[in-house]
Design a protein around this ligand. Structure first.
Ligand SMILES: Cc1ncc(COP(=O)(O)O)c(C=O)c1O
Length: 396
């Protein structure tokens, strides 16, 4: 007799659904000639010198496990990069873990911190991964909808929530420049948040993976203000167009990193050796590799914001990353999933439904400009025709 043990597993998993962004992307991918502005990864290639370092690593038989925290030379190069770019200090020997992308840093840090029943403050709209990982650990998200505040978490609101939930809140998630809105936090805003956070015994999972992609002002790290509480996430995925190499960084106080390092070790032993060698090259000799990409992204952002505004799509000004979070104009379908399916089918333009990013996202779409300017121009021509054909005149 055959057995089905799929109901005999971790109970939290049964409540979780696979990513609806991936499901949406798969569904629309079969539409012929569709322009996909759905991607959350650079459309550039990994810089040549970094690729060569990866090849050399393979050819010189760097095929063994490394120290679980990562090769020391890579941690040293990463430490220098973070110090030079963002004025944060991390001891390569005890305060940095090399992870399998920022994704593993999210998983390892939340898993190491959370007990069942704990609460995690998650400002939304947010990169969705934080939600299932919190739930998988038996913890509960406290969503803070930031859509009424320019998609920025205000210190007053944070203080209120922390004060009301002091006993249970273990961590706050902060991601900036933010996926999906592109907004970022400036020095004065970070100082004000830090003043609030330091009153409480909570961690901040500070996801700064887009730190090299800010357009108007240089990035400021919260870790510079709250080194005892911040777990800083970064990596080479976005800065060096290396998403597939899977190298991230997790930095924090030594005793905390030692604990998280156990989860990391139990999960992956160590990050891929050849990818570590390529990431070393990126941090050591490619500090400004992101600059050329940033210039291209900025031109695309400027083009898109103007084109979208002309069509009635408003958005908070994207100051970083490569996303625009645009409000669907009145007179068009406001349910973001329905809108995006219809747009994909009729206009052959794919964007991600805002509802995928948590409370505050409904009524919006996320448009990725990790695509060529020509593709963006063609997409805007198609969108314009769609809006003209489908917009109902709204009367009050
Ligand atoms: C905010 C944010 N954090 C983390 C990640 C994952 O990064 P990685 O590819 O390094 O795992 C992404 C990827 O899109 C992201 O947008």
């Amino acid at each position: 007799m055959s057995k089905d043990l799929s109901t005999h597993m971790k109970k939290e998993l049964a409540q979780l659904q696979p990513s609806d962004i991936l499901a949406f992307n798969q569904k629309i991918s079969t539409i012929p000639d569709i322009i996909k502005l759905t991607l959350g990864e650079p459309d550039f290639n990994t810089p040549e010198h970094v690729k060569q370092a990866g090849i050399k690593s393979i050819m010189t038989n760097q095929s063994h496990y490394t120290n679980s925290a990562g090769k020391l030379a890579l941690r040293q190069a990463a430490s220098e990069f973070l110090q030079e770019k963002y004025q944060v200090q991390y001891d390569p020997k005890s305060q940095i873990l090399v992870t399998a992308g920022a994704t593993e840093a999210i998983y390892a840090s939340l898993t190491a911190i959370l007990n069942p029943g704990d609460k995690v403050i998650i400002p939304t709209p947010i990169f969705p991964l934080y939600i299932p990982v919190t739930l998988l650990n038996g913890a509960e998200p406290i969503f803070v909808d930031t859509s009424d505040n320019g998609f920025v978490l205000s210190p007053e609101k944070l203080d209120q929530i922390l004060a009301a939930n002091q006993a249970d809140v273990k961590a706050i998630v902060l991601n900036y420049p933010t996926n999906p809105t592109g907004v970022t936090y400036h020095r004065a805003e970070l100082q004000a948040l830090a003043e609030v956070i330091q009153k409480y015994d909570v961690f901040v999972i500070c996801d700064e993976i887009y730190s090299e992609l800010t357009y108007d002002e240089p990035h400021v790290s919260l870790a510079a203000y709250l080194p005892d509480q911040v777990l800083l996430l970064n990596g080479v995925s976005k800065s060096h167009a290396m998403t597939g190499w899977r190298i991230g960084l997790l930095c924090g106080p030594a005793p905390v990193i030692a604990q998280i390092g156990k989860v990391h070790q139990f999960c992956i032993t160590s990050a891929t050796t050849n990818a570590q060698d390529a990431a070393y090259e990126a941090f050591k000799h490619g500090k400004d590799d992101g600059a050329k990409m940033r210039t291209a992204y900025q031109a695309r952002r400027d083009y898109l914001v103007t084109a979208l505004n002309k069509l009635g799509f408003t958005c908070a000004k994207p100051e970083g990353a490569f996303y625009i979070f645009a409000k669907i104009p009145a007179g068009l379908q406001q349910k973001s999933f329905d809108f995006c399916y219809d747009l994909a089918q009729k206009a052959k333009v794919a964007v991600i439904p805002g509802a995928s990013f948590g409370p505050g996202g409904e009524g919006y779409v996320r448009i990725s400009y990790a695509a060529s300017l020509e593709s963006l121009q063609q997409a805007m021509t198609r969108l314009a025709a769609y809006v003209t054909a489908n917009q109902q005149v709204t009367t009050k």
